[in-house]
Ligand binder design. Structure first.
Ligand SMILES: [Zn+2]
Length: 306
């Protein structure tokens, strides 16, 4: 058996869907499938589905003449990577689920569990938009905002598994209330959901962030205002992040990154205005799309392999 046969069973569990794959140690995907999370069924049913899918993927690998060597799982929320426990998740309902142990027992393979954004950052820094540099901040902007600080290909977890929560940097003290309970957090002002909500509030018509981006690009004054306010708040948050981390490259991912230059160009300019002696980071769009979490789960599993 040569190492060319080796694959990792990788899963990225989201609130609505799971991305699942067999990934080679070099980061290439040999097989990918998607499944519904079915979070409404409750966390126990979700865990059952995760284990069934992982086992099915390991079986498929063997049937295809490949050798599954490890299993990596990415989950949202608070994750204790050292213990392999999904501590808490708002949208999947995990409460202290020892997923790593469960996966190891079911598959008979070494397993690793990590935070979805952190693993997305790991993949972008090693295989994607940050692969040429050693200090990367990956920022995922979607329903919320979270980041991963990756140095030399290793993503910091923090002492309590909560590093990278830049969505809760205070940017507008008298701004809208955040899901965490405090007013004015970055994600309450500048996440994709916040942008849609703000425009909806001002216009009276239900609107998504993607639509706001389109209308702003078309020159509609209200959309331009909402977009500019979000970009300025993001620049405030990123300036704080750059003061803390001094990275070479900031990789912007998540749903809002699909706005491309309509987001990145004004954001780059607004960030530049805010930096004084700090070195300006390169600001780029993520390269791996929504596969990043799955690829990062595979990388973590390989790193953790005994
Ligand atoms: Zn908050």
């Amino acid at each position: 058996m040569s190492s060319g046969d080796e694959v990792v069973v990788a899963l990225d569990v989201g609130g609505t869907g799971m991305k699942c794959a067999l990934v080679r140690p070099d980061g290439t995907t040999v097989h990918a499938e998607r499944h519904a999370t079915g979070a409404a069924r409750g966390p126990e049913a979700v865990v059952g589905t995760i284990l069934d899918i992982a086992q099915g993927l390991a079986g498929k690998a063997r049937a295809d003449g490949l050798t599954p060597v490890a299993c990596g799982i990415a989950v949202p929320g608070v994750v204790d990577e050292a213990r392999g426990v999904a501590v808490w998740s708002a949208n999947v309902g995990f409460r202290n689920v020892p997923l790593r142990e469960l996966a190891q027992a079911r598959l008979g393979l070494p397993a690793a569990l990590g935070h979805d954004v952190r693993l997305g950052g790991l993949a972008e820094s090693r295989l994607g938009a940050g692969r040429d540099v050693d200090h990367v901040l990956f920022v995922a902007i979607g329903t919320g905002i979270a980041a991963a600080h990756v140095i030399d290909g290793s993503a910091a977890t923090g002492a309590h598994g909560a590093a990278g929560e830049i969505g809760h940097i205070l940017v507008r003290p008298d701004g809208p209330r955040c899901g965490c309970g405090r007013p004015g957090c970055l994600e309450a002002v500048a996440s994709a959901s916040a942008i849609g909500r703000r425009y909806t509030e001002l216009s009276g018509a239900p609107t998504t962030a993607a639509e706001v981006a389109d209308r702003a690009a078309a020159g509609e004054p209200l959309a331009r205002r909402v977009w500019r306010e979000a970009v300025e708040a993001l620049a405030d948050g990123l300036a704080t992040a750059q003061a803390l981390f001094d990275v070479e490259t900031i990789v912007i991912g998540g749903g809002l990154a699909q706005a491309g230059p309509r987001l990145l160009d004004p954001l780059r300019a607004a960030l530049r205005e805010r930096l004084t002696f700090h070195r300006e980071p390169r600001l780029v769009a993520a390269a791996l799309g929504d596969e990043a979490g799955c690829l990062g789960a595979a990388l973590l599993a390989l790193d953790a392999r005994p």
